[in-house]
Write a protein that binds this ligand. Structure first.
Ligand code: ZN
Length: 306
């Protein structure tokens, strides 16, 4: 049986945030355009963080405007606080994905405030959006939902309580993120089921890092809970500058390959994606490319989902 599943590319944001070399704006836009042409409907294209802190995203407004013009693409952007969120909406972002951490230690390290203060900022952003840009969507990701490299354990009850508040505030979507690659498949099932019971109709999405090789197993576990939207980064690029030891997202090409092989339609042209990966290697010659499909190639028996 064929079912639609969405893979949201986050490489231009999550992937690039740890890359020291600033990618030229035109290269970013070439990447985004080609990936959209390969069948991706949503790409997280940039981050509205202070350019002084992250020069990689000094071109956030320009990338957002240009990505908005790519046919068929929803260009989403990331913000960590109210100011960044408003800046994104003022720049014309169609979607702002607000990130806060379930781990107090990670939230303090990432945005220098408590998780509670971040939830208040999220409410403030929704108020601003409601009044000034009602046609846009404000989504939210709960980072370190499965554990934290600074704090250690993150209680599931805490993640559920945060998710309930975000749903009540009318988040358009809630992503549970395994920012540091601590999750295992049983934990993924437990937490997604528990959170789903808290958030009513608000759609859930999953964001896994493959830091410890658990990424695709966790995707499968989330699929079993009815989750149909997954973040991934081309060539497994990514990490978190504030979480020691965090490395790449699950590789987009491996994720698409697994889903399509299982008969789950992603709408992605895998050959076009692998050609993009080859060119991408030339754009970031100092970055090691992750992911297995790019090395091994597509199996002779592979048939995309009908
Ligand atoms: Zn991430």
């Amino acid at each position: 049986m064929s079912e639609p599943v969405t893979v949201r590319e986050v490489g231009p944001r999550d992937g690039l945030q740890l890359v020291g070399t600033v990618m030229p704006t035109q290269t970013k836009l070439n990447w985004i355009t080609r990936q959209a042409a390969a069948g991706f409907k949503e790409i997280e294209v940039t981050s509205f963080v202070p350019p002084k802190l992250m020069p990689q995203f000094a071109d956030a407004a320009e990338v957002t405007m240009s990505a908005n013009a790519v046919p068929g693409l929803t260009a989403s952007t990331l913000a960590l606080n109210l100011k960044g969120g408003i800046r994104a909406l003022q720049a014309g972002a169609q979607v702002v994905n607000f990130v806060l951490s379930a781990s107090e230690a990670h939230n303090q390290s990432n945005v220098r405030c408590s998780t509670e203060a971040s939830i208040r900022a999220f409410r403030g952003l929704l108020d601003w959006q409601w009044q000034n840009a009602p046609q846009t969507r404000v989504t939210v990701a709960i980072a370190t939902s499965f554990g934290c490299s600074l704090q250690g354990d993150v209680p599931e009850a805490q993640v559920c309580a945060i998710a309930a508040q975000l749903a009540e505030a009318k988040a358009a979507e809630i992503t549970l993120a395994d920012t540091v690659g601590y999750a295992n498949p049983h934990q993924v099932k437990r937490l997604f089921r528990a959170v789903a019971a808290e958030v009513g109709e608000v759609p859930l999405a999953a964001h896994f890092h493959d830091t410890r090789g658990m990424g695709l197993a966790n995707v499968l576990a989330a699929l079993d809970c009815g989750i149909t939207k997954f973040d991934a980064a081309l060539a497994g690029l990514g990490g978190c500058p504030f979480a020691p030891g965090a490395t790449g997202n699950i590789a987009t090409e491996d994720t698409v390959y697994m889903l399509e092989n299982m008969g789950l339609r992603t709408g992605v042209d895998l050959d076009a994606l692998l050609r993009l990966r080859e060119d991408f290697a030339g754009w970031l010659p100092d970055e090691p490319l992750q992911g297995r499909l790019g090395t091994a190639g597509i199996a002779r028996t592979f048939a995309p989902a009908a």
